[in-house]
Design a protein around this ligand. Structure first.
Ligand code: 6PG
Length: 468
């Protein structure tokens, strides 16, 4: 008899069921289509564990031994709520529902409360790695009660990706903390992808390079600090040919980016928390502008297309571009972890930043060699901003100049590099002792008597001479 059930046999659910069965677990399956569950049972027939297809919610629940743990992999929002509503009356007190979707963390908090009121346990878990990860080892970020976590920790850590033997699957705190961490993972994912797209744009539009040659540059970056899953697949995407036309596949892909909302949520939450997240914001806005293809075409007709540099002149050069990416990536991680720190303080979650970096070292979309260094940096001192940890300070010192050069040349050449620019601006603002916010304070006080502190009287709120 199974203790674990899985609801939702879409692409992710199917692969995760096979993964659990491969690790020897017995899993009951439920989907609106019995055919889909039956197909997974057939696909997993040779695996160590057992998969059981259930025709309806009643047989699904009665076929599992209590205490039951039901993993739900359906689209977040309405579909998830209907699964919870239909299963809750059938489950016994103490049974657990775990949501493995990309849910908004405040919805998770509500679901934890609703389920607890019914005597059920609820876990909100972010899972990253796409279909491949679900099958061979995703990265998993759990939030909820420790009692709930203890229930599913074993099977989930079995199924998770491993980094040098350590499972990339952990519990981080109560309520919606797991989904908040996954949301921020996606925010960093957006920034990472935007930086890659901008580097591609510099090479394509600034330097006149073809997709294959750009792919070779990305592949070359795998030998340094930029070694990451996204850079690896960027090389693959650049090098692929379109089977229909024989042209580079990338040249045949319409430049209109989609999004499901987790990047936007990250930016909104960061704004609420007062934590800078300019690189994620640049990435979300770049997608928004890309989506308005008609507006861009109309703009080009009115204003003329942006003047580009002479293609072929390599400007700052590939080494500088790599340096710029290293500096910008350091800024993106610094911002991302600072948002997590603010959330931890604001919501009293006691998040362990080193542990978060550890579960991102393998299995997830933003996995990169830098994440091992990040976990080490936070293990040494969890209170320090990432760019102030010696390894990352050195990376910034060595590469900030390249970031400035690349951004300056991009601007001079009419190339759009909003995330790289946001990184440079953040870095510069974050190392400025004498900022211009004294002018903001002066204006606020002049029009609204909002008061300010004097440089020679810290802590004391005073008004300026413009008030009698
Ligand atoms: C992951 C991905 C995954 C999904 C994103 C894509 O970690 O496996 O982040 O969750 O691909 O939701 O988001 P967009 O559609 O918004 O780009």
């Amino acid at each position: 008899m199974a203790h674990i059930g899985l609801v939702g046999i879409g692409v992710m659910g199917r692969e995760f069921a096979l993964n659990l069965a491969e690790k020897g677990h017995t899993v009951s399956l439920l989907d609106r289509s019995l055919e889909k569950s039956t197909e997974v049972v057939t696909a997993g027939a040779a695996l160590k564990g057992t998969l059981i297809a259930c025709a309806d919610a009643e047989s699904f629940v009665s076929g599992m031994a209590a205490p039951r743990s039901v993993l739900v992999l359906v689209p977040s929002g309405g579909p998830l709520d209907s699964v919870i509503d239909s299963l809750s009356p059938l489950l016994d007190k103490g049974d657990l529902i775990a949501d493995l979707g990309n849910s908004y963390y405040k919805d998770t908090e509500r679901r934890v409360g609703d389920c607890e009121a019914k005597g059920l346990l609820f876990l909100g878990m972010g899972i990253s790695g796409g279909a491949e990860g679900a099958r061979h080892g995703p990265s998993i970020m759990a939030g909820g009660s420790q009692e709930s976590w203890a229930r599913v920790k074993g099977p989930l850590q079995d199924a998770a990706a491993k980094f040098e033997g350590d499972p990339c699957c952990d519990w981080f705190g109560p309520g919606g903390s797991g989904h908040f961490i996954k949301m921020l993972h996606n925010g960093i994912e957006y920034a990472d992808m935007q930086m890659i797209a901008e580097a591609y744009g510099v090479m394509r539009d600034g330097w006149g390079m073809g997709a294959g040659a750009i792919g070779d540059v990305f592949a070359g970056w795998m030998d340094g600090p930029l070694n990451s899953y996204l850079v690896e697949i960027a090389a693959e995407v650049c090098r692929a040919d379109d089977p229909q036309t024989g042209k580079p596949m990338l040249d045949m892909i319409l430049d209109r980016a989609g999004q499901k909302g987790t990047g936007r949520w990250s930016v909104i939450e960061a704004l609420h928390l007062g934590a800078p997240a300019s690189m994620m914001q640049a990435a979300v806005e770049a997608r928004n502008i890309s989506a308005d293809l008609e507006g861009r075409v109309a703009g080009a007709a009115l204003f003329g297309a942006v003047a580009r540099a002479d293609a072929g002149a390599q400007g700052a050069g590939i080494k500088a571009l790599e340096g710029a990416m290293i500096a910008a990536k350091t800024c993106a991680y610094t911002q991302g972890f600072e948002v997590l720190r603010r959330a931890s303080d604001a919501f009293d979650w006691s998040l362990d930043l080193a542990a978060i970096a550890r579960v991102w070292r393998a299995g997830c979309i933003i996995r990169s060699v830098l994440l091992d260094d990040i976990s080490e940096a936070f293990e040494q001192d969890g209170t320090r901003r990432l760019s102030h940890a010696p390894k990352f300070t050195a990376l910034m010192q060595a590469n900030a100049g390249a970031l400035q050069t690349v951004v300056a040349q991009a601007v001079a050449s009419g190339l759009e590099t909003p995330a790289l620019y946001a990184a440079l601006s953040y870095h510069n603002a974050s190392r400025t002792e004498g900022s211009t916010a004294n002018m903001i304070q002066g204006l606020r006080d002049r029009f609204g008597a909002h008061t300010f502190e004097r440089v020679d009287g810290l802590g004391e709120k005073v008004n300026g001479p413009w008030h009698d």
